[in-house]
Structure formats: C-alpha cells, structure tokens
Design a protein around this ligand. Sequence first.
Ligand code: IPE
Ligand code: IPE
Ligand code: MG
Length: 247
Amino acid sequence: MSRVWGSGELPRHVAIIMDGNGRYAQNLGKSRLYGHKMGVRRLWDILEATLEAGIPYLSVFAFSTENWQRPTKEVKGLFRIARSTVRVYTPKIQSLGVRFLCIGNKRTLNPKDLQAIERLESDTSKNQKLTLAVALDYGGRWEILEAARKAAELAAKGELLPEALTEERFGSMLQSAVIPDPDLLIRTGGECRLSNFMLWQAAYSELYFSQELWPAFTKEHYLSALEDYVGRERRFGRVSKRPFSFA
Ligand code: IPE
Ligand code: IPE
Ligand code: MG
C-alpha cells in the first residue's frame, strides 16, 4: 500500500463495529445470513489493509450480548458462520503472523467451539505482526460488571484495598487487558452509536462513522478513515497546540 500519511501518526489500535450486513443483503433481495457471509469476506480485506499499514491491533465487534434477541435462525446461522470462519481461516491467520484473541463471554460457547477458539488462541499466541481481537457475545457493560465482580471478590478476601483500585488495576481485570485502548473506533452502517462496544476503553477514542454498509466497506473506505484520523488533533483535555484558524 503506497500511501503517505503526512506528519500525523497512524492509530495503534483500530476498533470496528461491523454494522450493516442485514441491510446489505436485503438491498440485494437476499437473506440476512448472506450479508453476514459477505461481512466475513470484508473482514479479511480490512485485516490485510491493517497489516499493510503496520497497525498492530485490530478489534472487531462480531456479536453483542444484545444480539441474542434476534430470531433463533439468525443467531444459529451467525455461530455457524463463526465456526466455519475459524476453520477456514486458521491457516491464513497463522501464515500472516496474526495473534487471535476472542473477547466476550466464552461461557455461552458450546464445548466444541470453545475448544476450537482456545486452540486458535494458543496456536497463535506468539504471533507478533498484528493482534486481532474478535468480540463475540461481548457487551461493554457485561465486561465492566465482570471486572467489578473480580475486584469485589478480591476485596472481600482482603486481597484488595478499595483505595488500591486504580484505573490501571481495574483495566487489567477487563477482558481486553492485553490490548491498548482503541485510538480509532469506526462504525459502518450509518448509525451513530456505540451499541455497548468498548465502553471503558473508548473513553478517548476518535470516532468515525461511515454510511457504508459493512460488506461494502472497502479498503479505500478504510484508508479514508485512517487519513481522517491522521488529520485530527487528540487533546485529551489539554489545550490545542495548533495555531487557531477560522478555516
Ligand atoms: C452487523 O450487521 C452484524 C451483527 C450484528 C451480527 P447487522 O446484522 O446488524 O446488519 P443491519 O444493521 O441489520 O443491516
Ligand atoms: C452492533 O450492531 C453489534 C455488532 C456489530 C456485532 P447492532 O446492529 O446489533 O446494533 P444496534 O441494534 O443497531 O444498536
Ligand atoms: Mg445492525
């Protein structure tokens, strides 16, 4: 990828809410599951573009704690697609040097799926080019609540003083503890909401909303999002370092 990024820095971690699969399929008169299948293909293009740009962390929202409320047929279909994706793409993940992580509630996975996912996690644990975190049965509130439970258990056992619970310590109890906070959070599909994704971690993420439905979100659209990010000034509450201009 030959792209000059100017003076700004690329994000270290891009998080994506991959939304719009259903509408993409409906627009073509096809089933929602067709849209989800096309969505998986798109993920691999974006993964390649992330590798090419040298960005070390990519996380994607694949299934939310709220998505259980969808019709059983769609939920079953989604997990079937997730299963075959793990099977089909395992060699590719390995050959690209990608470390795979699954964040979310693994307790709801059936034993066979859990085994396949944990094997992929351990087989790729030494890969260093890119960490891909897939959020499956994930909800930001669920994750925060789980961490709060852990902290409360430690406190009840006398192993954690309430005043010793810092942001860092609490962050280390989250599912995503091994990955940095997202610098750039992209949502496709035209909705401008977080839908319970990375609530703790996105405190200072730059947000980018794209009208493109996820299966139609190309590498070029992705590069535009990165370019937009590079041009932003992240102030983290401080005053601007840029000269003021009306432009
Ligand atoms: C995102 O696409 C994928 C999942 C939530 C699993 P949707 O299925 O939400 O697609 P739309 O938003 O209905 O178009
Ligand atoms: C968010 O999309 C979840 C995923 C992309 C996995 P939804 O389509 O479920 O979000 P809402 O319902 O529009 O908020
Ligand atoms: Mg949606």
